[in-house]
Design a protein around this ligand. Structure first.
Ligand code: CA
Length: 423
C-alpha cells in the first residue's frame, strides 16, 4: 500500500513525534468558530477540511456522493466500504506528499482547507448504533477473576473457548474531553447485609481499543472469519469508565449494568486498519484449539503501545500503566466472527471494545482495580499523592501508537475528567 511507505514525506509540517504523519491520515469530525461540524483528516498539527477538498474537485474520480463529508458523523462515508475509504486515503496521501504541487502551490485553497488543530473542536466521529464490550485480555480476566471470585479458578471454563462479551450502552459514549460525573448507585459494603445508595467509592478506568464497523449486514447471516476485516474500518482508543463497587454488587448473574453504562470515552480520530497494516503481530498461542469457526490464519493482532496517565487536580501528571494491544488473547477477526455466528447483524458505526488490555507485569495493568489490587495497595504518585481509585477532579489520559521504520501511527489523546456526583 503506497500510502504506508515509510519514505513518504509531506509538504505539511509534521513535528517529530507527531501521532499523525502522512502514513496515518485518520478521519474525524470537527468544528471551528466558523465551520459547523464536518469531516476532516489529521496530518501533523493540521486538520484538513474534506468538504473543501471534495467541493473543489481534489477528490474527483472516486464516485463520492455529494455532501458525503458535510456531515456531523462519518457513518455515511464509512458505509461506502473499506475499498472506497482506502481510495480516499490513498488520494489524500498523493495530494499531501512533498512533491505534489496541486494543493501545495494553491495558496488560497491551502489557507481555507488547512486548519490548525488548535482551532478545531473534535466531536464524536460516528453515531454509534450498538456497542459491545469484549473481555479479551487473558491477563485482565485472570486478575479480575482472582480479585472478584477465586484466585485458583480465575478464568471461567468458557473463557478459552469463546471471546466473552456483553452488550453495552451506546448512548453514553462520548468524545475525548467530555467530563464524566461520578455515578451514584447501590453499593454493598463488606460488613453489611443490605446495600446503601451513595456515590461510587471505587471509580476506575479501563484501557481498551475499540474497532468500528462499516457495513450493515443481514439478520440471520453470520460473517465468516475470513471476511470479518472487510467490515472493519479502523480503531479508536476507548476508556470504559467503571464503578467497581456498583459493578461488584450488581453483576451477578447477567453481567455489568449501571457500573459501566454511565459513560465511555473515545479518542476522536479513527485510525484505519489500512494505516495499521504494517503493525500486524502474532497474538498469544491459543490453547486449547478453537472451534473451526474461530480458526484464523496470519497475524491478526496489532503491535500498538498504550499508556494511561493521570493528571491530578493539583496538576501533577503520573504514568499509571504501559501495555500493548498485541497481548490480547482474542483478536478482532475472532470477536466479529463470534459476535455474528448466531446470525446477529451488525451496523455501520457499531463500536466493539476489546475489554481492558493488561499485560503480563504489574506496570502493564489496564485498570486501577488491578494496579491497586482492588484498593488494597495504593499507588504512590511521583508528586507524593496516593490513589486507590480515582478522585474527583482527576483526569484520565490514554495514548496509543504503533511505531516501526521511523513511522509512528498514533491515535491522539483519549482523555476525560472525573467530576463529583451530581445532586
Ligand atoms: Ca470494559
Amino acid at each position: 500500500m503506497t500510502a504506508n511507505d515509510p519514505k513518504l514525506k509531506s509538504w505539511v509540517d509534521v513535528p517529530s513525534g507527531s501521532d499523525f504523519p502522512i502514513q496515518n491520515l485518520p478521519f474525524g469530525i470537527f468544528k471551528t468558530k466558523y465551520l459547523s461540524p464536518v469531516a476532516g483528516v489529521a496530518i501533523g498539527n493540521t486538520v484538513i477540511d474534506l468538504v473543501y477538498l471534495h467541493e473543489h474537485g481534489y477528490l474527483d474520480g472516486h464516485g463520492l456522493p455529494p455532501g458525503i463529508f458535510n456531515q456531523r458523523t462519518l457513518n455515511e462515508f464509512f458505509a461506502l466500504g473499506r475499498k472506497k475509504v482506502r481510495e480516499v486515503r490513498e488520494r489524500l496521501s498523493q495530494l499531501l506528499r512533498h512533491d505534489a504541487d496541486e494543493l501545495r502551490d494553491n495558496r488560497a485553497a491551502r489557507e481555507i482547507a488547512l486548519i490548525p488543530m488548535s482551532e478545531c473542536q473534535m466531536l464524536m466521529p460516528v453515531t454509534v448504533p450498538n456497542y459491545t464490550d469484549f473481555y479479551s485480555s487473558e491477563e485482565h480476566a485472570t486478575n479480575v477473576g482472582a480479585l472478584f471470585r477465586d484466585p485458583k479458578n480465575a478464568l471461567l471454563p468458557n473463557w478459552k473457548y469463546l471471546p466473552v462479551g456483553y452488550h453495552g450502552r451506546a448512548s453514553s459514549i462520548v468524545v475525548s474531553g467530555t467530563p464524566i460525573h461520578r455515578p451514584r448507585g447501590q453499593v454493598k459494603l463488606p460488613d453489611s447485609d443490605a446495600p446503601v445508595f451513595c456515590p461510587s467509592r471505587k471509580m476506575d478506568f479501563e484501557l481498551e481499543l475499540a474497532f468500528i464497523t462499516c457495513s450493515n449486514t443481514t439478520l440471520g447471516r453470520p460473517i465468516p472469519l475470513k471476511e470479518t476485516e472487510d467490515h472493519i474500518i479502523g480503531f479508536v482508543l476507548f476508556n470504559d469508565w467503571s464503578a467497581r463497587d456498583i459493578q461488584q454488587w450488581e453483576y451477578v448473574p447477567l453481567g455489568p449494568f449501571l457500573g459501566k453504562n454511565f459513560g465511555s470515552t473515545v479518542s476522536p480520530w479513527v485510525v484505519t486498519l489500512d494505516a495499521l497494516e504494517p503493525f500486524r503481530a502474532q497474538g498469544p498461542t491459543q490453547n486449547p484449539h478453537v472451534l473451526p469457526y474461530l480458526a484464523f490464519e496470519g497475524a491478526r493482532n496489532f503491535d500498538i503501545q498504550l499508556e494511561v496517565l493521570l493528571e491530578s487536580p493539583k496538576g501533577e501528571i503520573a504514568t499509571l500503566s504501559r501495555t500493548n494491544a498485541k497481548y490480547l488473547y482474542w483478536n478482532i477477526a475472532q470477536q466479529l466472527a463470534h459476535h455474528t455466528v448466531n446470525g446477529c447483524n451488525i451496523q455501520v458505526g457499531d463500536l466493539y471494545a476489546s475489554g481492558t488490555i493488561s499485560g503480563p507485569s504489574p506496570g502493564s495493568y489496564g485498570s486501577l482495580l488491578e494496579l491497586t489490587f482492588n484498593g488494597q495497595k495504593p499507588l504512590h504518585l511521583p508528586g507524593g499523592e496516593e490513589r486507590k481509585f480515582l478522585e474527583d477532579g482527576d483526569t484520565v489520559i490514554m495514548n496509543g501508537h504503533a511505531e516501526a521504520n521511523g513511522v509512528r501511527i498514533g491515535f491522539g489523546t483519549c482523555s476525560g475528567k472525573l467530576l463529583p456526583a451530581v445532586g
